[in-house]
Design a binder for this molecule. Structure first.
Ligand SMILES: Cc1cc2nc3c(=O)[nH]c(=O)nc-3n(C[C@H](O)[C@H](O)[C@H](O)COP(=O)(O)OP(=O)(O)OC[C@H]3O[C@@H](n4cnc5c(N)ncnc54)[C@H](O)[C@@H]3O)c2cc1C
Length: 479
């Protein structure tokens, strides 16, 4: 073997995965076909759970120190959800994808995992022991596992012949990174009476420190073929249709057309090959979910691959990746479909849709509705199916951040191991049977006893008799 795990694609998913593998003490090679990192952003919105997970790894603070990343307000179908700002320690924040990629790439390079660029994967073959990947530059890498984080048009997925069912695109909208003049539009979803619409949110600053905005626009007659170049005139016209002369285009840095294709891999695991991020699911970028879902795929898979490489993964562990993550992206695809419909992105002006959106907007004044939508979008409501989830309200959910006196429990997750919160020091002997896999926070901890997986999800709480089976289920045979 050249390496334990080959990660194909150094987007946010591949970079996060490589970080998780390093933390798990597993050798990893990270390759990308691009000769240089892109300087243009796709994603900009980072949800609460993604920020929390970065914080649990000690990455959030240094990431935020690399720029000015404003907190914004989450939205569903353009209807803002202001109550969500107060709900989480890390509310929705605008952090451009390039900033995340740049930060993670440098962080990894400094720790001995540089991205091997100019490595376009063109072949993949697996056998009982490992996977052989071949590259356009003539290189060959043999690994025990391979993770395809090579984006929506994944080469690995095609080479595997993996089923990718769903719907082809039926329309396009425009996404552009711009500087705007005139009225300040930090975060806006606006539409004209005749169905043209523009969404704007902050996207960091340009090298001169001037604010950049991510603009999306569409409406009647604006759904052009995906390959048709986006022109400045088209963007000016879209802005004028909604804002008149109140807003001007100053600088167009990047633009592309986006389709509403919605597809999801039928299986995330193909023997020793795993699909993650956009390679496993694609959808319209509405509500800031694609990159967040990919990063969370990586967090779910990383420690499990680590366990498999170290030889202590229980038989079922690698399969829980599909079992846990497939339903999450399926739910994202569905909420994106609903948002796209309510937003009437083609500007049909269908009165039935207008009525439905009015009613929906009225409902979102109810806190319970905002919280429900926020649970869905922020990632904080993701609950994995696992043993004990029926018996205890916390099992399967992201772990709360317990105050443990000098420490908070989320900090204990920095090592990428399981954490047993054991305030009464009841389980010290038991936890000692899983050394190096589970850390125990004992006496002094004013918290409910619980077992937390390395990815930050509660996997046991409540009945003490269930702790030992839970340790075995997630952390393998005791030593
Ligand atoms: C306009 C727009 C706005 C968006 N806004 C948001 C948002 O606000 N929030 C959000 O969460 N998501 C958003 N998204 C979605 C987000 O950008 C994607 O979900 C995210 O990029 C997926 O990350 P990834 O690492 O899985 O794939 P990618 O970012 O596509 O990375 C894949 C990598 O694999 C490499 N690669 C491809 N093929 C090969 C090969 N054969 N060999 C080697 N390397 C290869 C590519 O060069 C690339 O670097 C947006 C998308 C768009 C287009």
């Amino acid at each position: 073997m050249d390496t334990e795990v080959l990660v194909v694609g150094a987007g946010p998913t591949g970079l996060t995965l490589a970080h998780e593998l390093r933390l798990a003490g597993v050798s990893a090679v990270l390759v990308d076909k691009l000769a240089q990192r892109s300087t243009l952003s796709k994603a900009g919105g980072v949800q609460s759970r993604t920020q929390e997970a970065f914080d649990q790894r000690g990455l959030l603070e240094p990431l935020l120190a690399t720029g000015n990343f404003p907190i914004g307000t989450a939205h569903f179908a353009g209807i803002t959800l202001p109550l969500t700002r107060e709900r989480h320690r890390h509310p929705w924040r605008s952090i451009p994808q390039v900033a995340i990629e740049g930060f993670l790439e440098e962080h990894l390079a400094a720790r001995g995992i540089p991205v091997r660029r100019d490595h376009e994967l063109i072949g993949v073959a697996q056998d009982g022991d490992g996977v052989t990947a071949t590259f356009a530059n003539g290189g060959v890498v043999r690994s025990r596992y391979l993770v395809a984080a090579d984006g929506g048009r994944s080469t690995v997925r095609s080479l595997l012949g993996a089923e990718f069912p769903g719907r082809p695109g039926t329309m396009t909208t425009v996404a552009a990174d711009v500087r705007l003049g005139g009225e300040d539009l930090a975060m806006t979803h606006a539409r004209s009476a005749d169905g043209h619409w523009v969404s704007v949110f902050p996207l960091g600053t340009d090298p001169q420190g001037r604010p950049l905005r991510r603009l999306s626009l569409g409406g009647p007659g604006r759904s052009l073929p995906r390959e048709a170049p986006v022109t400045e005139d088209e963007i000016r016209d879209g802005l004028r249709a909604v804002f008149g002369s109140r807003v001007r285009l100053l600088d167009l840095r990047y633009a592309r057309r986006i389709t509403n294709a919605a597809r999801q891999a039928a299986r995330y695991r193909h023997g020793r090959v795993f699909l993650a991020g956009d390679a496993a699911h694609v959808h319209l970028p509405i509500g800031a979910q694609g990159m967040n879902t990919g990063i969370q795929d990586a967090l779910n898979l990383g420690w499990k691959l680590g366990a498999a490489v170290h030889g202590w993964a229980p038989e079922h562990l690698l399969d829980t990746y599909h079992a846990e993550r497939h339903p999450v992206a399926a739910a994202v695809l569905r909420n994106v479909q609903a948002q796209s419909l309510l937003m009437d992105q083609q500007g049909t002006g269908d009165p039935d849709l207008v009525a439905a959106k009015e009613l929906f907007a009225a409902l979102t004044h109810l806190p319970a509705v905002q919280y429900h939508l926020d649970d869905m979008l922020s990632g904080m409501g993701i609950r994995y199916p696992m043993p004990g989830a029926e018996d205890h309200p916390s099992v399967g959910l992201p772990a709360p951040d317990h105050d443990l006196g000098p420490l908070r429990s989320h900090k204990l997750l920095r090592r990428g191991r399981g954490v047993l919160i054991d305030p009464a020091d009841r389980f010290a002997k038991l936890a000692a049977l899983w050394p190096g896999r589970v850390d125990r926070a004992g006496r002094g901890a004013e918290a409910e006893p619980m077992l937390i997986r390395p990815d930050g999800y509660v996997c046991w709480a409540g009945n003490p008799d269930d702790l030992e089976p839970a340790l075995g289920h997630w952390f393998g045979e005791p030593q």
